[in-house]
Design a protein. Sequence first.
Lengths: 339, 106
Amino acid sequence: MNKTDALIIGAGPTGLFTAHQLKLIGLDCEIVDNLDKIGGQCIELYPDKPIYDIPAVPECTGEELTNNLINQLKPFDIKFHLSERVDEVKKDSDKWIVKTSKGKTFSTPNVIIAGGVGSFEPRKFAPKECEKFENKSLFYSVKDKKIFEGKAVTIFGGGDSALDWAVELSKNSKVNLVHRRDEFRGAQATVDQVKELEKSGKINVFTKFQLNKVNGSNEIESIDIKHDNNEIKNIETDYLLGFFGLIMQLGPIANWGLNIDKKTIQVDTEKFETNQKGIYAIGDICSYPGKLKLILSGFHEGALAARACFKLARPNEKYRFEFTTTSSNLLKRLGKKSD
Amino acid sequence: MTKITYITHDSKTHEIDVQNGLTVMEGAVQNDIPGIDADCGGGMACATCHVYVKEEWLDKLPKKEDGEEDMLDMAFEPKKNSRLSCQLIVSDDLEGLTVNIPSKQA
């Protein structure tokens, strides 16, 4: 069981700056995020897109903003738990017990939800029957490529993941690549490689086709794919791989007894606390009268939530407001010498 | 104001007067039409404002910009008449546009 003063859910800009605020006022914290990297939407959706409305930063990309926030955290030792989703939050007297998808548990008086629009999860195939094959013979990521050796694998998608795996698996498997249109958006070099492999008969490529049906009871026997012109083709396959990118889903947060409306969590504007004492929501995921979904609002909300955490984490101490320009306490925490 | 018709997956028809200059996505979100999530807020970064446009409108709409087709690869059940509604800017030319909202966005 990990003990911490505050657990932050979400490593986007709001979560990162809130960690800074918590450490600055002398609390410790850990951060959990379902993505495999730090930065949230900024890094997953728009790393190269310029942002123009961060105060005092005339222009920066999502990636630059993330890197600057990580740099700002350098004086502090913060534990990140990436590729893990918080699945459960339960009350235990005056603490919250938090469990992740990898089985880690945390005990903390404060849980700060900085979850954006939810956690990033793979987009799934549309036909209903796909679910029962999931993680058995149908996957949205490759964990052990050995299981595909000597088997027929059908890969769906037109981006780098789909193309890279088509090339890689064609060495030891019979590979079909199915995509909804003629163009692939993956790197040109990989597209060329796929076309070569198609010519030499190593990969069968089906374009303008989408998955229509999966046949088989316990194991996949074959699939039906449907062309834009409604023609249906049957392909024998042992495995299905889908690479349709990531989608944000609120997920388990909906089960924690919070007041949720239109995928956002209602909070007060003093502490950004939810209807549950010690659970806060900040950034895009929170709502209150006048809420703006701007990164700068997330920073403000995090700064206030961090002060609220102090009261629950240090019930016997009094919080004293200080400036980083003058407080020797704060400068010490930042690793700077005071004058 | 331009009349846009949104047909939700339950076949309900919503005729909405949308202010010119807004996007078809914003017209839906501001009028509480269910089924358009627009998670990324119109940045063409998520494909959760996906709609099907009526066939006769396909050629009348502004062409897809680079990137829209790439995002549509990730939409739920994309078809030939799929568009991202955040990329459709409402103007007099769109008077009477009808879009169908898919059964889900994710």
